[in-house]
Design a protein around this ligand. Structure first.
Ligand code: SAM
Length: 278
């Protein structure tokens, strides 16, 4: 096998999602660099792959990167895997890829499972443009600020969230983006209890809060883009831009009130424009 760094996605739940090429690459590589060697050992045992493993996690020292680089320079083929899905997507690997490129070592990405894209493909939200946010801050204040900054993003937001935080995050999203923004929760993808549900933020919040089962397992939260203002919107384009810009910094009601003062429009209408595109 040619020397290089091979980026190898692994299943996010269903072992049948391992590709033929991923199996061959792992079997033929000189070494597998894994986020958690104990975790990956089980996966490799399942497929009867005996390639040696070494740890490569988020906090790996520069010496670990250096050691892997030296091996690739000397001709080794190293496969990088994370615990699940595509390495580097909310997982370690960025530094190693950068270092390999800079050392002139080929970096070979294999296509494969990724929770973000899998969720997007079945959420029923606009998918022509999307923004991958990864994990939001764990604390509510910081999380709301981040959601505020994402408020007028013109694409579907893809967020990874821990199951014990999904209700609180939906609550923050309702506060920042309004009751009626379209969203979806994709839980336990490719596993026995796979559940994909689309609704307004408010509906999803009451569904998740009312059913403990929806607060278990692994999940992706998707939030649809801010609706386009309707064609007959009475606001001048410049004022619309001001409204959306303010809404990145302030709750929708406050942004609407300021622009209403400034333009003479009704605050209620401007708020409607922000949360419903009406
Ligand atoms: N690299 C992975 C990928 O390509 O999707 C993501 C790793 S990140 C540390 C783990 C997060 O991905 C979980 O907290 C969850 O938000 C999401 N995730 C992983 N597997 C999932 C699944 N089967 N169903 C839903 N979400 C999943």
């Amino acid at each position: 096998m040619e020397r290089g760094l091979y980026i190898v996605p692994t299943p996010i739940g269903n072992l049948g999602d391992m590709t033929q090429r991923a199996l061959e690459t792992l079997a033929q590589a000189t070494l597998i660099a894994a986020e958690d060697t104990r975790h990956s050992k089980k996966l490799l045992a399942h497929y009867g792959i005996a390639t040696p493993l070494t740890g490569y996690h988020e906090h790996s020292e520069p010496e670990v990167t250096q050691r892997l680089l030296e091996r690739m320079v000397a001709g080794d083929a190293i496969a990088l895997v994370s615990d699940a899905g595509t390495p580097l997507v909310s997982d370690p690997g960025f530094r190693l890829v950068r270092a390999a490129q800079e050392a002139g070592i080929p970096v070979v990405p294999l296509p494969g499972p990724c929770a973000a894209v899998t969720a997007l493909s079945a959420a029923g939200l606009p998918s022509d443009r999307f923004f991958f946010e990864g994990f939001l801050p764990a604390k509510s204040g910081a999380r709301r600020s981040r959601l505020q900054a994402l408020l007028s993003q013109q694409g579907t937001l893809i967020i990874y969230e821990a199951p014990h935080r999904i209700a609180a995050t939906l609550e923050d999203a309702v506060q920042v983006m309004g009751d009626d923004r379209e969203a979806a929760v994709a839980r336990e993808l490719s596993k026995a209890f796979e559940t994909i549900r689309r609704g307004t933020l408010k509906d999803l919040l009451s569904w998740v809060a009312g059913d403990r089962n929806q607060q278990r397992g692994e999940l992706v939260l998707l939030i649809g883009p801010m609706p386009e203002p309707s064609a007959g919107a009475p606001l001048a384009e410049r004022d619309q831009r001001l409204l959306y810009r303010l809404a990145q910094e302030l709750p929708p009601r406050k942004a609407a009130a300021i622009v209403a003062d400034h333009t003479g429009q009704r605050s209620r209408d401007l708020y409607g424009l922000l949360v419903e595109g009406e």
